[in-house]
Each structure stands twice: as structure tokens, then as C-alpha cells.
Design a protein around this ligand. Structure first.
Ligand SMILES: Nc1nc2c(ncn2[C@@H]2O[C@H](COP(=O)(O)OP(=O)(O)OP(=O)(O)O)[C@@H](O)[C@H]2O)c(=O)[nH]1
Length: 312
């Protein structure tokens, strides 16, 4: 099925969730379990280095990264242009998954999909919000906005908490009107057919009355790179000096102590991890992004701590 008028509009799934909740992990599994279907992914990262694009491109599916902004506001034009490019590519596309950056209010993106030129070419099938079972802040306005917009909730990292706590979060989400909650672990099956379900009735077209959106200006980010491998203990020591100020950190890097190996660094809340990188991305140095709330994250000090490791 090449995209054309006969095939009908291409279904779009919009995946939201706060920083580090598990959006890329979910999309990676969707791209891998897509069976005979051909899905494309559009990912929106917060910064010029698109780590998520590099992670997902290992799936072998078309993945396009949008950088330096938020598709719920400043990048809306880029999203529309990218969608048009994907649709006119000439290859069969059975569905498009759009990952919003962890600071996006999904309403802006849903509105963008009502663009008159795209009408008839794409159809917003579902808004999926990933909720981190282990770490979430129910008082956070962005978290609530993402939940409000969700047709489906995917509860990630359920493997990290007790079953009783999972039941508690499900009850909380149920009380918030979210009936369809999928609980996942990193290796669990993903109900792709349900998530790409029939289009729900939406009241969020251009005419609908909507509350104001959340902007992405509450977060500051630092991009840091090194052309050469870094020392592992020096890197660890530098990150420890500002990790408490961060909401998120991620990227690829190589260590002098492990020549020829490439690692994916992930930091969510207080949890940091390093795993062998499966993605093809430029080496041999480091490309990292660190994100923190504006009022907490001292970018200059973090940059100084990282720059110092170049000299070690
Ligand atoms: N144990 C466990 N870890 C998970 C699960 N889902 C995601 N993770 C881990 O959580 C971290 C963040 O996951 P991502 O998928 O990159 O999160 P994200 O929402 O795409 O992050 P941003 O795009 O930066 O907002 C990574 O270290 C993942 O391996 C899960 O279900 N279980």
C-alpha cells in the first residue's frame, strides 16, 4: 500500500510522556514488532543532537529527527514539512509514529495535524502517553496535560516496582478517567493494533475551545561533545557534581579505558546507566545532552565540570 488516495489517510500515533518516561523505548519496540507493516517514525529531541533518532535508526525503519525545539510550538512547520516528505517518498507507509519531546504539550501537535494540506493524507489515530510507573509527579501541570490528551496510557517500568504499586497507579489513572492502561516492561508485548486503533472522536480541531498550552521554556539544556574518548572515572565524577540538578541526560560516548567500544548513556531522575550502543552514530568521542529545570540547572557549572575532563 503506497500512500495514495485509494489507500486512504495514513494513521498517525502520537507518543508523549515527560522526560525519560520511556517514549523511545516504546517506539523502538513498535518499529521492531511491526510485522509486515512499514512504519516510519518522526522524533523530536530537545537540542541539536538527536539521540533518539540515532537509537531508533538501528530498527532499519525510516526515522527522521527534528531538532532544536518543540513540535508543539516552534517546530510545527518542520513537522508538517516532514510529514509531507514522508508521505511523498514513494515507499509504502502503513503508519507514522511521532515522538514528542519530553517537554511537549500534545495539544499543539494534534492541532498541527489539522493542517488543511495534510487533511485526507494523515489521520491522527491515537495519542499515547507513557507514564513512568517508578517516578512521576501527579502535581506537574505538563504531566496532567499529557494525560488529559491521552487516548491510551502505557505504564512503563512496571518491572521496577511491586505489583501492588502497579495496581495503585492503575487505580489513580482510572480515577483520572484513563480506562485503557497498558502495563509494560522493556521486553513486554506491545498491542500495536490497539494503539493504532480506530480514530477516536476528537474535540480538538481548530475550532475547539482549549485551555492554554504548556510551553517548553521551563527547561534548560546543555549539549556537550568531545572529539576524543573520555576517561570513565573523570566522566562519572563530573556528572555526579550536577546530576541532582537534572531531569534527564542522554547520549553516546566512548571511554579511553574501553577502546573500540561505544556506550549509550541514560540518566532519568536519579538513575543513570551505561549500555553498549547498538546504533550507528559518529564516534569516537562523546555527544551528550543534559536537561534540567531552568531554576535548578546551573549550565555554566555543568559545562565547566565536563570541559575539565578533556584535560584529564
Ligand atoms: N526497566 C525499564 N526501563 C525502561 C522501560 N522503559 C524505558 N526504560 C529505560 O528508561 C530510560 C529512558 O527511556 P527512553 O525510552 O529513552 O525515554 P524517553 O521518554 O524517550 O526520553 P526523552 O526522549 O529524553 O524524554 C532508558 O534507560 C530506558 O532503558 C521499562 O519499561 N522498564
Amino acid at each position: 500500500m503506497t500512500h495514495d488516495a485509494v489507500a486512504g489517510p495514513v494513521p498517525v500515533m502520537l507518543v508523549t510522556g515527560v522526560l525519560g518516561s520511556g517514549k523511545t523505548t516504546l517506539i523502538n519496540r513498535i518499529l521492531h514488532v511491526s510485522g509486515g507493516r512499514s512504519f516510519a517514525a518522526i522524533v523530536n529531541d530537545f537540542g541539536a543532537v538527536n539521540i533518539d533518532e540515532a537509537i531508533l535508526s538501528a530498527s532499519g525503519r525510516p526515522v527522521i529527527g527534528l531538532k532544536n525545539g518543540c513540535i508543539c510550538c516552534s517546530l510545527q512547520g518542520d513537522l508538517l514539512r516532514t510529514l509531507r516528505t514522508v508521505l511523498s517518498h514513494g515507499t509504502r507507509i502503513d503508519g507514522i509514529v511521532i515522538e514528542a519531546s519530553g517537554v511537549s504539550d500534545p495539544r499543539g501537535i494534534a492541532e498541527a495535524l489539522f493542517d488543511p494540506i495534510l487533511q485526507g493524507a494523515v489521520r491522527l489515530d491515537s495519542v499515547v502517553t507513557v507514564v513512568d510507573a517508578e517516578e512521576h509527579d501527579v502535581s506537574d501541570g505538563l504531566w496532567r496535560a499529557q494525560l488529559d490528551a491521552a487516548d491510551f496510557v502505557v505504564l512503563s517500568k512496571a518491572d521496577r516496582i511491586a505489583d501492588k504499586e502497579v495496581l495503585g497507579i492503575r487505580a489513580l489513572l482510572g480515577a483520572m478517567g484513563k480506562k485503557t492502561v497498558f502495563v509494560t516492561r522493556e521486553d513486554a508485548d506491545i498491542p500495536v493494533d490497539v494503539l493504532f486503533g480506530s480514530p477516536p472522536e476528537r474535540a480538538d480541531g481548530p475550532e475547539g475551545a482549549r485551555p492554554p498550552r504548556f510551553a517548553d521554556d521551563r527547561f534548560a539544556h546543555l549539549e556537550w561533545s568531545s572529539e576524543t574518548p573520555v576517561s570513565f572515572p573523570a566522566f562519572q565524577g563530573a556528572v555526579q557534581t550536577f546530576a541532582a540538578q537534572l531531569a534527564r541526560g542522554k547520549g553516546f560516548l566512548s571511554f579511553r579505558e574501553r577502546p573500540g567500544e561505544r556506550f549509550l548513556f541514560q540518566l532519568v531522575g536519579t538513575r543513570a546507566s551505561l549500555s553498549p550502543s547498538m546504533s550507528a552514530q559518529p564516534g569516537p568521542g562523546a555527544q551528550l545532552v543534559f536537561i534540567g529545570r531552568e531554576e535548578q540547572f546551573d549550565i555554566e557549572r555543568a559545562k565547566a565540570a565536563l570541559d575539565a575532563i578533556r584535560l584529564t
